[in-house]
Design a protein around this ligand. Structure first.
Ligand SMILES: C[S@@+](CC[C@H](N)C(=O)[O-])C[C@H]1O[C@@H](n2cnc3c(N)ncnc32)[C@H](O)[C@@H]1O
Length: 387
């Protein structure tokens, strides 16, 4: 496909997403309908679509409207590319940009410029302090690709050498001793032997660093109460922990056994559907459902679908999960979010320790996207002695 035909495909897909279709589903459906497209075409179209979702407001303002066409035009104008090279009017290409489209002035307000919804701006400023503008700007760009070296198998330097043999170049990530930032060959990862053999996993650096903060008990298992796809569970098992993985939606955990086996830590991870009455764990991990605002680079749709009501619902779920964890833990709770918002992080934890007898904050850490990973928050809460 020519670049103008790819732009036309991205416009079609973005229009469907703006009409309410989930991005991944619309990309897959387009690929099914368009057998002529090769893997490079699909990857290039995906990049345009995701860039468009990350920069939806500013691009629409630069391109003359919140439509697929306006967004793609706005992206090109921000990159300094000539719209006439892409919107050529040729076969499979889009009609040329009109004078009206080309006269769009671009974003005006701070929320438009930083690509966030108006209603969240106050909360974001309050939560991020003087960093709010660089952080939000960082979240307008693609996320770095980061791997976790499976140190149950080999150390980070050895994993780095194995990846390099397959044309995947990496550098040690300063956030965590297991993290490798991919500098070349990211698209080869999933088919590489290093990945297939379980020597590395794809995982954000802040997520790895947060997992490394969780105390591994000498005796007993860690209960990962919101295990989802198992990112934290597998990282903890690789660090030597025994894990019981649970989720309200067990289907989400379906790949955990296979991933654990590939990483050769299968015996360390047990997936359960429910927790038996009276069971207690020395450490309970709560990687709670949240706004996902720290991971907007990877899931940019979440930025536009979040509403004040949904945020309130999430806060209630988080508070309920903390109460549940207090009943399940005999020692510590690790509370984690990929949120930038104090209301889901520091304030949620402060409310819990204020309301619940016998718990205190042992450690609290906020990870900024300016440190090279997702925005993340981790708090380790412990039972006060005698409580
Ligand atoms: C942020 S995701 C977990 C990500 C996962 N820990 C990882 O590292 O890949 C949050 C998970 O919480 C689960 N969840 C939501 N409400 C829950 C509840 N009340 N009890 C247990 N799990 C819940 C969701 O199904 C979702 O899988």
């Amino acid at each position: 496909m020519t670049p103008p035909a790819r732009a036309a495909a991205a416009v079609e897909i973005l229009d469907r997403i703006l009409a309410g279709g989930p991005a991944e589903k619309e990309l897959t459906n387009w690929a099914r309908r368009s057998r002529f497209a090769g893997s490079k075409d699909r990857a290039a179209i995906r990049d345009i679509v995701f860039d468009g979702l990350r920069r939806r407001r500013s691009a629409a303002a630069r391109g003359g409207g919140e439509t697929g066409r306006g967004i793609v035009l706005g992206l090109l104008r921000e990159r300094g590319e000539a719209p006439s090279d892409w919107f050529t009017g040729g076969t499979y290409a889009l009609p040329p940009a009109t004078d009206e489209e080309l006269s769009a002035t671009g974003p005006v307000t701070e929320a438009e410029t930083l690509d966030v919804p108006d209603w969240l701006m106050t909360d974001l400023r309050r939560s991020l302090g003087e960093d709010y503008s660089p952080v939000l700007n960082e979240l307008r760009a693609r996320a770095p690709v980061t791997l976790r070296a499976n140190i149950a198998r080999m150390d980070r330097a050895a994993a780095q050498a194995r990846l390099s043999e397959e044309g995947i170049e990496t550098e040690p990530h300063p956030l965590c001793t297991t993290a490798l930032r991919v500098t070349e060959g990211a698209r080869k990862i999933r088919n590489s032997n290093a990945f297939i053999d379980g020597l590395v996993e794809l995982q954000d650096a802040a997520s790895q660093a947060a997992a490394a903060m969780i105390p591994v008990p000498e005796h007993g298992a860690i209960l990962d109460y919101c295990a989802g796809g198992g990112g934290k569970a597998l990282a903890l098992a690789a660090l030597g922990a025994t894990i019981v993985a649970h989720d309200a939606d067990p289907i989400r955990m379906r790949d955990i056994p296979e991933r654990a086996t590939r990483a050769k830590i299968g015996s360390k991870v047990t997936v359960v559907k429910r927790i038996l009455e009276g069971e207690r764990y020395p450490v309970v991990v709560l990687d709670v459902p949240c706004s996902g605002s720290g991971a907007w680079r990877r899931q940019p749709e979440a930025k536009w679908s979040l509403t004040p009501d949904r945020l309130d619902e999430l806060k209630d779920v988080q508070a309920g999960l903390l109460r549940r964890a207090a009943a399940l833990s005999s020692g510590a709770i690790a509370y984690l979010t990929c949120s930038l918002l104090r209301a889901e992080n520091e304030e949620q934890v402060a409310q819990f320790v204020g309301d619940t007898h016998g718990w205190t904050i042992r450690e609290e850490r906020r990870f900024s996207p300016l440190e090279g990973g997702d925005g993340f928050y981790a708090a380790i809460l412990v039972r006060e002695s005698g409580a």
